[in-house]
Design a protein around this ligand. Structure first.
Ligand SMILES: [Zn+2]
Ligand SMILES: [Zn+2]
Ligand SMILES: [Zn+2]
Ligand SMILES: [Zn+2]
Ligand SMILES: [Zn+2]
Ligand SMILES: [Zn+2]
Ligand SMILES: [Zn+2]
Length: 1729
């Protein structure tokens, strides 16, 4: 085994050797020489041990193996030779860019020949299609850019880059530029190398090598090679490996990842026995449930040669990239017939061994195929032929293999078959269509006795195989996707041959999986139905496409029709067996048929042969073949009753299922019926059955047709009896049966309507193709306005996934844009409403009733009557014209009369309103038909249709029953039919209208016309007036009721004032606060801090507990009231995301760094409870959770163990409560000491405290103080009640626990610090939020935030009472030392490293502990003011020291001379202290600007703090725009802030000196800190997809990441949801996102999952939810999952909304709400994302 040293020796030796090429150029048998060379060197370079070293392997391979080949190839130094080749190359116009996984691809919906034609992003951006309607998807890998392929694009096939130049001679042979010598050499070397690669990759012996490659010296070194399969899971493999080869979990994961990616991986290296042992363990461990993992022990030289074979293929791909000529030579070499005759070329050999190769090898050679054979048009064709020849074997191999299709060579079909000329060539020359269908049928072997498929009892394995077979249908689709424009005789012949085979397939489906109605008992086992429907669904497009092919050639159509009819007749050959003939007679007509009951015999929903025939029949009409060549059609062979029989049975089956007769057959049948009507199937199922009925009925006597229909619906006995009108009523049948018969009658009437009324398919009615789509859309929008995607879903798609909607949508609908939520909607144009048909055939019953309701409502709103008459229909095509006669045939009139008669005498439940409604609709259809014919006829005698005459005739039985017309008139005023009143009135009016029309045209006089019209109008007017009057009355009544209601509401509110208060406040925060503050507005000088601070009026604060509804006053000694609160760590304001998280045990949080890298935020929903009520509630939640966890291990949206609960009122996520405390009382207004005196006093105090503390323990052991302090120290009297004290501890501990991520410890001295810090951080974040939202400082906060801030501030000032007093005093001393140097305090921070608002809040709040022991008479207010002033000065210093030198244009604003001069003076003072490191600044104006803008956030924060601490109302000016003077006044500051310094310069300068002299200027933070935003996103979503597609997993060496995910906070791209990037966090494995949130967002994360176009919110390890992305398509919709592929653009409002959620710390709350609303989110394994 060569060591490292040996590598160099080898390299050295190589460099000395003469290139072997010298020898090669002379030899005759290059093959032998090269093999000899490889046999010698390959095993010395590759695979020399367990630890592979790819870099040195590659280097050596390059020098020893590739370089000689290149030398030989070029005949000179390859670096010059290859460059020459490249120069002479004329590149092909094809782009051919091979797509990476996840790369965006574009297809033009207007110009692409089919949806598989795609462009890469580069080409797309340079193409005309970017202005078209395009579709964007992400590639699944493989496949290449079709730019430059003229067959792929209807127009614009080239992008700018691939546009051919005019001088180009594309027909020229690329070899013309090459010398014959070169060609020969090239040919030789390619033959040898490709042969070698093929030999090695297809080699299946583990311990031997092909002849000529045997290594000169054989060692006992083996690899244990593990292969991939699709059966075992990652976990199984990892587990097994750990056991078998004794590796760590991490190594096992890495092995498993490689096996999954490359298809194989050596897991052990050593001698034979050693490897064999590992193999046996793996096999043993994985063979229990399934077939074992494939493992081979391979000799190292075999593995080495296989490695180099892959390298060699890479090399070939690389070399042919230099020249098209080389590429052509390689193609030639590859396709050259081998010694074994046909299909023995190297390419054939590779293809035929595909399923035996491992994944990595397949990928490499597929890529080579793509860059060679598929890029050369001449050889692409030859390759396609070979592919077609091998098709059957390749597919069979694929079926037996278990790899996904993308790694199978069969997936290349899309590249070959979608080229239209190629597809046609393959059909005619290789009979491809037949081959594909035959192969498909061969793989479906499971048949019943009649030879039909049997899917009902499919096993899982059969289902798996079935899934693989389906890819064949995809191939068939590719072949058929472009229809021929010209037919050759040969194409006709082969297509019809293909059709024959296809009919064989359909015949196997006709009548398959029949069902029999289950009576008595429920079926025992639900039959498997999905496979059959999957097949149907997959074939739907094929069937449609075959019809479209037929539609392009009359001869083909006629032949196809004949073939299809023969096939159908064949299917029905057993038809009459066992079925008795019977005779039906009714209304004077009689017909012969058979006795058959759907409810008793077998019936199947699968009738593809009948349906194909129906489709072809329509084409006969549409193409007018039926009229032009009737003699060529087998029309005489048609037997209409035979044609309609099976489709009718199927429709009856549906009706019976609706009627509840098939309940015992289970859900399987229900699902089948659903899919039968579903948009995915209906085109080739339900629609075609209906067409078949229309076709059959058009060729039959309508009376006969109807009688057969009645008989199949099993209603014949009801309508046929002579006195059915009476007898049916008296029949006292079983109630269920009556109900069933009612439903069946309704369904049957509906069917008749559809047979006569559905004329919107071109060929049936006289319509255009787009009329059908228009009508579909119109009827969808009649239900309600819909989004684009909803409409798309409701419309059938063609094979190009197009609905044709865009062409017509604007005629029927108008678009309404979306707001910040929701989506864009299409609304029906009002003028289209009159085309509404209540009995539209694609409505489900639910759709129908929704549409009816919507349309009636619309009519009422417009003040119209509510009748919904049928719309006017287009005329039938001649072939179907006779269908209208159904409307006036005797049997129908008999049926109509019967139903009307039942309605007149509704004694029993033997009729239904919907039955009547349908009858009225049918009458309406008939009347409209007559009216239309009258209007369109030039001569009266043209009109043979006379329904008005027939309806006036009396009925038949019993002898003197009333006519239909008479019955209608009778019903007009029936009180129980009020709903139908308008409709009946409309019918009668239409009858009258038709009568006048007939009279008018009968009497040739023209006089009456205007008169009758006039009469009509007056009648109409009267009608209108009457309705208007009624409407007015109704309106008045409505208004009165409304007034009464609101009056009642007012009363109620008055009586329950308190109850409403809270909700009102929630609703309108601004009013509530302005109410609170308005009285103060008269007070001129409000101040919130200092001795002059305004005293809020003493107001008892009374609140109501949301749990017990009792009122409670807030008092220090009262029962504690608490606010539900949520404490979380936050990095929202962080200016430094690279700072590593603190060590929670050691971290001293006393001073916040100005970069605010980690903070603790407290929020609240504002709901108040008694502390004891809350405790009881929380205990109950805990107990419930415990019980639940025992029962079933499900998660909740909140973690009780972590103290989390949901607010009992609003379900807002909370994890603690904040006690409500009364306002602090102001102290007396005695004259107070000045700064100097106070400094002196406090100095003494601190000295005293130091000495007191020192007695207890040395200062340095400060942290461990509390234990020793506790016993000895005296506590001052505590003003708070015990419950409040308890709550003080509760909240303090919670803040401490969450903020530091530690276990609760009530004794930790850092508790008060965390509370103050949280208060300061929350104030700061709210201040930022107000700025970002451009809201005033006061008056715009929602109540909940106001309450939260007040309680936080007051809590902060009281929390020292719950802690050990010396500890808090110690905090105070250390805080103060940052301002006033104190020699006794060590390691005080530099003032540049302290956030001043945090300091202010902490020092003010900690002062309470000092003051409680103070006897000097200092008032709290005075001290607070001094502290505030000191910190303000410190902050100014901070700003001046860090101000960046920016040269701003001096504004011509009002001069603030004093301020500018002061700023200058202070700056210069600072310069004297810190020396020359501060640059000289000339303009005071600039300095003052810096100070003023820099300090503003701090002042605003301070104002918020003191306002909430003391409850002093804010001056009204601060409720509006910002006002410097008022703000300073409110804070008791001079508006010239520099006076603070200069007024006390002699006192302050020494302090400055003490603070600055020893601290180097390092801080780079500058003020004001800008608000953080989420990252900028590109406008076009595809830019993101592109970015993500080039992102590689950072851990697995250049692999593509499967779920690239973008952090919206910092912009990092992560490799999410993948084993490779899991890391350990707090002892658990977590995915990349979760790990990232802990560093970037302190546990909270906002991500964009780029492939899915989905926003992901994460909080902690267990919480997460998906959120709508901020990208919308042109229809105002998001595309989560990127399924629709419409271009997406950034919606700024929506992105701002997400940003706002983040800034206001609501992400966790949002997740909580989402998880409560959708329990499935709770189960998702968020931590591994
Ligand atoms: Zn391209
Ligand atoms: Zn291009
Ligand atoms: Zn286009
Ligand atoms: Zn209560
Ligand atoms: Zn709440
Ligand atoms: Zn981040
Ligand atoms: Zn990764």
């Amino acid at each position: 085994m060569p060591t490292c040293l040996n590598w160099f020796v080898i390299i050295f030796m190589v460099s000395l050797l003469p290139p072997s090429t010298q020898k090669w150029l002379q030899v005759t048998d290059l093959y032998k020489e090269v093999y000899h060379h490889l046999a010698r060197y390959v095993p010395k370079i590759y695979c020399l041990g367990p630890n592979l070293n790819p870099q040195s392997e590659d280097l050596l391979a390059q020098m020893l193996l590739q370089a000689p080949l290149e030398w030989y190839l070029c005949g000179e130094d390859p670096s010059t030779g290859l460059a020459k080749l490249e120069q002479n190359n004329q590149p092909s116009q094809l782009c051919g860019h091979v797509f990476k996984v996840g790369e965006p691809t574009y297809s033009c919906r207007e110009c692409a020949a089919d949806p598989t034609c795609v462009l890469c992003m580069q080409c797309f951006l340079g193409s005309v299609h970017k202005e078209h309607r395009y579709r964007m998807t992400t590639s699944g890998g493989g496949g290449f850019c079709d730019c430059g392929d003229t067959e792929a694009w209807k127009k614009g096939p080239y992008c700018q880059k691939h546009e051919p130049n005019i001088s180009d001679s594309c027909q020229e042979d690329p070899l013309a530029h090459l010398s014959t010598d070169m060609i020969a050499r090239c040919y030789n070397v390619f033959s040898v190398v490709l042969k070698y690669a093929v030999d090695m990759l297809t080699w299946d012996k583990e311990d031997e090598l092909p002849p000529g490659l045997e290594p000169p010296d054989r060692s006992d070194t083996y690899y244990c090679m593990l292969f991939n399969d699709e059966v075992h899971t990652y976990e199984q493999v990892i587990y097994t490996l750990q056991k078998a080869v004794n590796c760590t979990q991490k190594e096992a994961v890495s092995f498993a990842t490689t096996v999954d990616r490359d298809g194989r991986k050596s897991v052990r290296f050593g001698d034979f026995a050693f490897c064999e042992l590992a193999k046996s363990v793996i096999v043993r461990n994985t063979s229990r449930q399934s077939k074992p993992l494939r493992v081979q022990v391979m000799h190292s030289s075999v593995v080495a040669h296989q490695c180099f074979a892959l390298k060699a293929l890479h090399w070939l791909g690389h070399v042919i990239g230099y020249s098209d000529a080389l590429r052509r030579i390689l193609c030639q070499v590859g396709l050259e017939r081998g010694p074994e005759g046909e299909n023995s070329s190297l390419v054939d050999t590779l293809m035929l061994c595909d399923s035996k190769m491992w994944k990595g090898a397949r990928n490499v050679y597929h890529q080579l195929f793509m860059s060679s054979l598929l890029m050369d048009l001449k050889y692409k064709k030859l390759f396609a032929i070979q592919f077609a020849k091998n098709y059957r074997r390749l597919q069979t191999d694929f079926m037996e293999d278990d790899h996904e299709r993308v790694v199978s060579v069969t997936s290349l079909s899309v590249q070959l078959f979608t080229v239209p000329t190629m597809a046609r060539m393959l059909i005619t020359e290789e009979n491809l269509m037949t081959t594909i269908i035959r192969t498909f049928v061969d793989h479906l072997r499971h048949r019943d006795l009649q030879g039909r498929f049997q899917f009902e009892r499919y096993t899982a394995q059969q289902a798996f195989k079935f899934r693989r077979v389906q890819s064949l249908i995809g191939d068939l689709k590719y072949v058929l996707i472009s229809r021929p424009t010209e037919w050759s005789d040969q194409l006709r012949e082969k297509f019809l041959e293909g059709l024959d085979t296809f009919l064989e397939l359909l015949k196997c489906m006709q009548g398959m999986d029949p069902v029999v109605r289950q009576v008595g008992q429920h079926i025992e086992m639900e039959p498997e139905w999905e496979a059959a429907f999957t097949l149907q669904m997959k074939l739907t497009h094929i069937i449609s496409m075959i019809q479209e092919w037929c539609a392009t050639d009359e001869r083909v159509l006629i032949e196809a029709y004949k073939k299809c009819l023969t096939a159908l007749t064949h299917c029905h050959s057993g038809f009459a067996d066992g079925e008795q003939p019977i005779t039906l007679s009714m209304c004077g007509h009689s017909v012969d048929t058979i006795r058959y009951c759907v409810s008793q015999e077998k019936v199947s929903i699968h009738l593809p042969v009948s349906r194909l025939l129906a489709g072809l029949h329509v084409l006969l009409s549409k193409m007018e073949v039926a009229y032009r060549f009737p003699e060529q059609l087998p029309l005489s062979e048609l037997s209409p009753p035979m044609l309609i029989e099976h489709p009718l049975r199927c429709l009856v089956l549906c009706a019976q299922v609706h009627a509840g007769m098939w309940r015992r057959n289970g859900f399987s049948l229900v699902n089948q019926i659903y899919y039968y009507h579903n948009v995915k199937c209906r085109v080739e199922m339900f629609d075609k059955d209906l067409i078949m009925l229309q076709a059959g009925a058009s060729m039959m006597d309508p009376n006969h047709f109807l009688m057969i229909v009645l008989s199949r619906f099993e209603l014949y006995h009801i309508f046929s009896s002579a006195d059915c009108r009476k007898r049916y009523n008296r029949e006292n049948a079983n109630k269920d049966v009556v109900q069933q018969n009612n439903t069946l009658t309704e369904e049957m009437l509906h069917l008749i309507m559809m047979v006569v009324g559905e004329r919107f398919e071109a060929g049936i009615g006289q319509v255009e193709g787009c009329d059908e789509i228009k009508r579909e859309i119109l009827h969808q929008l009649c239900i309600r306005p819909m989004a684009h995607s909803e409409l798309v879903k409701a419309l059938p798609e063609n094979e190009n996934k197009e609905t044709g909607m865009e062409r017509v949508i604007d005629c029927v609908a108008s678009f309404k844009k979306p707001g910040v939520t929701g989506r864009g909607l299409y609304e029906l144009r009002p003028e289209c409403a009159k085309q509404f048909n209540l009995y539209f055939h694609h409505y489900s019953r639910a759709d129908q009733s929704k549409a009816e309701e919507a349309q009636r409502k619309l009519k009422r709103q417009n003040g119209e009557d509510t009748a919904l008459p049928p719309p006017v229909l287009p005329p039938f095509c001649p072939l179907f014209a006779s269908l209208v006669n159904i409307l006036q045939c005797d049997v129908l009139l008999g049926m109509l009369g019967a139903v009307l008669q039942w309605a007149v005498e509704p004694s029993a439940g033997h009729w239904s309103e919907s039955m009547l409604q349908r009858v009225l609709h049918l009458i309406g259809m008939a009347l409209l038909e007559e009216q239309q014919q009258l209007e369109n006829s030039s001569e009266d005698n043209d009109v043979y249709f006379n329904f008005t005459l027939k309806m006036s005739r009396p009925g038949e039985a019993p002898s003197n029953t009333a006519s239909v017309l008479a019955l209608l008139e009778n019903l007009q005023n029936a009180p129980h039919l009020e709903v139908h009143e308008d409709m009946i009135r409309w019918l009668l009016k239409t009858v009258a209208g038709i009568k006048t029309m007939r009279e008018r045209s009968a009497s040739t006089s023209t006089v009456t016309a205007s008169g009758s019209r006039g009469q009509e109008e007056t009648a109409c007017d009267k009608d209108k007036a009457e309705r208007k009057r009624k409407a007015e009355i109704a309106r008045l009544r409505r208004e009165k009721v409304m007034a009464q209601m609101s009056e009642m509401q007012r009363h109620f509110i008055n009586e329950n004032k308190e109850l409403f208060q809270q909700s009102l406040e929630e609703l309108d925060a601004s009013t509530s606060t302005s109410l609170e503050h308005s009285p103060a507005s008269s007070d001129a000088a409000l101040a919130c801090v200092g001795p002059r601070r305004s005293r809020p009026r003493e107001k008892r604060q009374v609140v109501t507990c949301i749990l017990c509804q009792e009122e409670q006053e807030i008092r220090a000694d009262g029962k504690a009231m608490v606010l539900a609160a949520f404490v979380q760590r936050s990095t929202v304001m962080s200016k430094n995301r690279t700072r590593p998280p603190h060590d929670p045990k050691r971290y001293d949080p006393l001073f916040m760094h100005p970069d605010l890298s980690f903070g603790t935020h407290t929020g609240s929903c504002g709901h108040i409870m008694h502390s004891h009520c809350w405790q009881r509630y929380f205990e109950a939640v805990q107990a419930k959770e415990q019980r639940r966890q025992q029962r079933l291990r499900v998660h909740t949206s909140y973690d009780v163990g972590n103290g989390e609960f949901l607010c009992p009122l609003c379900e807002c996520l909370s994890n603690t409560v904040i006690p409500l405390l009364p306002r602090t009382m102001g102290s007396s207004r005695y004259p107070q000491p000045g700064l100097g005196q106070w400094l002196k006093t406090s100095g003494q105090q601190i000295k005293a405290m130091h000495s007191a503390h020192r007695k207890l323990q040395p200062v340095s052991e400060y942290w461990n103080a509390e234990h020793s302090v506790k016993g000895t120290h005296m506590f001052p009297s505590n003003p708070y009640s015990s419950t409040i004290k308890e709550m003080l501890t509760t909240f303090g501990t919670a803040t401490y626990k969450v903020g530091l991520k530690v276990h609760p410890n009530e004794q930790d001295p850092r508790i008060p610090i965390m509370c103050w810090s949280s208060c300061a951080y929350t104030i700061q974040s709210i201040e930022r939020l107000l700025v970002d939202e451009k809201k005033p400082l006061f008056g715009s906060l929602p109540c909940r935030q106001d309450d939260c801030l007040s309680s936080l501030a007051r809590f902060g000032s009281a929390c020292w009472t719950a802690a050990c007093q010396p500890t808090v005093q110690g905090h105070f001393i250390r805080l103060l030392a940052a301002l006033i140097p104190d020699p006794q305090v060590e390691a005080s921070p530099c003032i540049l490293d302290v956030d001043m608002l945090h300091l202010l809040v902490s020092v003010v709040l900690s002062y309470g502990s000092v003051h409680s022991q103070d006897s000097s008479g200092l008032s709290v207010d005075a001290v607070q003011l001094h502290l505030f002033h000191l910190i303000t000065v410190a902050h100014m210093v901070q700003i001046l020291l860090t101000s960046e030198e920016v040269t701003m244009e001096q504004e011509s604003g009002e001069a603030e001379r004093g301020e500018e001069e002061g700023a200058c003076r202070l700056y210069n003072t600072l310069r004297t202290h810190v020396g020359s490191s501060l640059p000289e600044v000339g303009s005071g104006w600039h300095l003052w600007r810096c100070v003023k803008t820099g300090i503003l956030p701090y002042l605003r924060g301070a104002a918020l703090f003191f306002h909430h601490l003391h409850g002093v109302p804010a001056p009204p000016e601060l409720h509006g725009q910002y006002n410097w003077e008022v703000l300073c006044g409110y804070l008791s500051l001079p508006s010239n802030l520099l006076q603070l310094f200069h007024g006390q310069q002699e006192l302050l300068e020494p302090l400055l000196h003490g603070n600055l002299s020893f601290s180097p200027l390092v801080s780079s933070d500058c003020f004001p800190r800008e608000s953080n935003s989420l990252i900028d996103l590109p406008d076009d979503y595809s830019a993101l997809i592109n970015q993500a597609s080039s992102f590689t997993c950072p851990k697995s060496g250049g692999d593509k990441s499967r779920a690239p995910t973008l952090c919206l906070v910092c912009g990092s791209m992560l490799c999410s949801q993948s084993y490779c990037c899991q890391t350990e966090l707090e002892g658990e494995d977590v995915g990349a996102c979760t790990a990232h949130t802990f560093a970037c967002g302190a546990g909270v994360g906002i991500f964009l999952r780029v492939r899915e176009s989905q926003v992901l919110f994460l909080a902690g390890k267990t919480k997460g939810c998906f959120y709508a992305p901020p990208y919308l398509d042109d229809y105002g919709e998001t595309d989560q999952g990127l399924r629709r592929g419409n271009p997406l653009h950034l919606c700024h409002e929506r992105y701002r909304k997400i940003q706002k959620l983040w800034r206001q710390h609501s992400i966790t709350e949002e997740i909580g709400h989402a998880q409560e609303a959708n329990q499935t989110l709770v189960g998702i394994d968020w931590q591994h994302l």
